[in-house]
Design a protein around this ligand. Structure first.
Ligand SMILES: [Zn+2]
Length: 111
Protein backbone atom coordinates (compact mmCIF):
# COMPACT_ATOMS: atom_id res chain seq x y z
CA UNK A 1 0.00 0.00 0.00
CA UNK A 2 1.33 3.39 -0.86
CA UNK A 3 0.41 6.67 0.69
CA UNK A 4 -0.05 9.50 -1.67
CA UNK A 5 0.55 13.06 -0.73
CA UNK A 6 -0.01 16.08 -2.87
CA UNK A 7 3.41 16.99 -4.20
CA UNK A 8 4.69 20.48 -4.60
CA UNK A 9 7.66 21.30 -6.75
CA UNK A 10 10.59 23.14 -5.24
CA UNK A 11 9.89 26.09 -7.51
CA UNK A 12 6.31 26.48 -6.38
CA UNK A 13 7.31 26.05 -2.72
CA UNK A 14 9.86 28.83 -3.18
CA UNK A 15 7.37 31.15 -4.81
CA UNK A 16 4.86 30.41 -2.05
CA UNK A 17 7.50 31.32 0.51
CA UNK A 18 8.29 34.47 -1.44
CA UNK A 19 4.65 35.52 -1.52
CA UNK A 20 4.26 34.80 2.19
CA UNK A 21 6.97 37.27 3.25
CA UNK A 22 4.92 40.40 2.57
CA UNK A 23 1.85 39.15 4.44
CA UNK A 24 3.95 38.24 7.45
CA UNK A 25 6.24 41.24 7.54
CA UNK A 26 4.19 44.13 6.20
CA UNK A 27 2.73 44.90 9.66
CA UNK A 28 6.25 44.79 11.11
CA UNK A 29 7.45 47.31 8.50
CA UNK A 30 4.42 49.56 8.96
CA UNK A 31 4.90 49.53 12.73
CA UNK A 32 8.61 50.31 12.33
CA UNK A 33 7.85 53.17 9.90
CA UNK A 34 5.31 54.60 12.35
CA UNK A 35 7.77 54.35 15.26
CA UNK A 36 10.63 55.98 13.29
CA UNK A 37 8.35 58.76 12.01
CA UNK A 38 7.26 59.51 15.59
CA UNK A 39 10.85 59.35 16.77
CA UNK A 40 11.90 61.88 14.12
CA UNK A 41 9.03 64.19 15.06
CA UNK A 42 10.03 64.06 18.72
CA UNK A 43 13.70 64.77 18.15
CA UNK A 44 14.39 68.41 18.95
CA UNK A 45 15.49 70.58 16.04
CA UNK A 46 19.25 70.81 15.78
CA UNK A 47 19.87 74.02 17.69
CA UNK A 48 23.62 73.57 17.63
CA UNK A 49 24.90 72.81 14.12
CA UNK A 50 28.11 71.51 15.70
CA UNK A 51 26.28 68.86 17.73
CA UNK A 52 27.53 65.96 15.65
CA UNK A 53 26.04 63.27 17.89
CA UNK A 54 22.52 64.69 17.58
CA UNK A 55 22.98 65.20 13.82
CA UNK A 56 24.26 61.64 13.36
CA UNK A 57 21.37 60.23 15.40
CA UNK A 58 18.82 62.11 13.32
CA UNK A 59 20.50 61.04 10.07
CA UNK A 60 20.49 57.42 11.25
CA UNK A 61 16.75 57.46 12.04
CA UNK A 62 16.09 59.10 8.63
CA UNK A 63 18.18 56.47 6.84
CA UNK A 64 16.34 53.60 8.55
CA UNK A 65 12.99 55.21 7.71
CA UNK A 66 14.06 55.47 4.05
CA UNK A 67 15.10 51.79 4.08
CA UNK A 68 11.72 50.81 5.55
CA UNK A 69 9.93 52.73 2.77
CA UNK A 70 12.15 51.05 0.17
CA UNK A 71 11.22 47.64 1.63
CA UNK A 72 7.50 48.53 1.46
CA UNK A 73 7.91 49.66 -2.17
CA UNK A 74 9.66 46.38 -2.94
CA UNK A 75 6.74 44.47 -1.36
CA UNK A 76 4.36 46.30 -3.68
CA UNK A 77 6.63 45.53 -6.63
CA UNK A 78 6.87 41.84 -5.68
CA UNK A 79 10.65 41.95 -5.22
CA UNK A 80 10.69 42.01 -1.42
CA UNK A 81 12.95 39.30 0.01
CA UNK A 82 15.23 39.24 -3.04
CA UNK A 83 18.80 40.34 -2.34
CA UNK A 84 19.46 43.56 -4.29
CA UNK A 85 23.07 42.52 -4.85
CA UNK A 86 23.00 38.83 -5.87
CA UNK A 87 19.27 38.34 -6.53
CA UNK A 88 19.08 35.35 -4.19
CA UNK A 89 16.31 34.90 -1.63
CA UNK A 90 17.02 36.51 1.72
CA UNK A 91 16.27 33.90 4.42
CA UNK A 92 13.07 34.57 6.36
CA UNK A 93 15.00 34.46 9.67
CA UNK A 94 17.12 37.39 8.47
CA UNK A 95 14.04 39.37 7.40
CA UNK A 96 12.40 38.62 10.72
CA UNK A 97 15.48 39.98 12.46
CA UNK A 98 15.55 43.11 10.31
CA UNK A 99 12.52 43.39 8.03
CA UNK A 100 13.95 46.21 5.89
CA UNK A 101 17.28 44.60 5.03
CA UNK A 102 17.97 44.75 1.30
CA UNK A 103 20.69 42.17 0.93
CA UNK A 104 21.59 38.73 2.14
CA UNK A 105 24.22 38.29 4.82
CA UNK A 106 27.15 37.30 2.55
CA UNK A 107 26.50 40.31 0.27
CA UNK A 108 26.21 42.68 3.22
CA UNK A 109 29.50 41.37 4.62
CA UNK A 110 31.20 41.97 1.25
CA UNK A 111 30.08 45.60 1.14
ZN1 LIG B 1 23.07 38.55 -1.84
Amino acid sequence: MSLSFPTTSTASAASTARRRFPDQLRPVLLKAAYARTNQLAQLPPLSDPDDRVAAAHKACVRRILAEIHTALDRMDAGTYGDCVTCGGLIPLARLEHCAWTLDCEPCQRRR
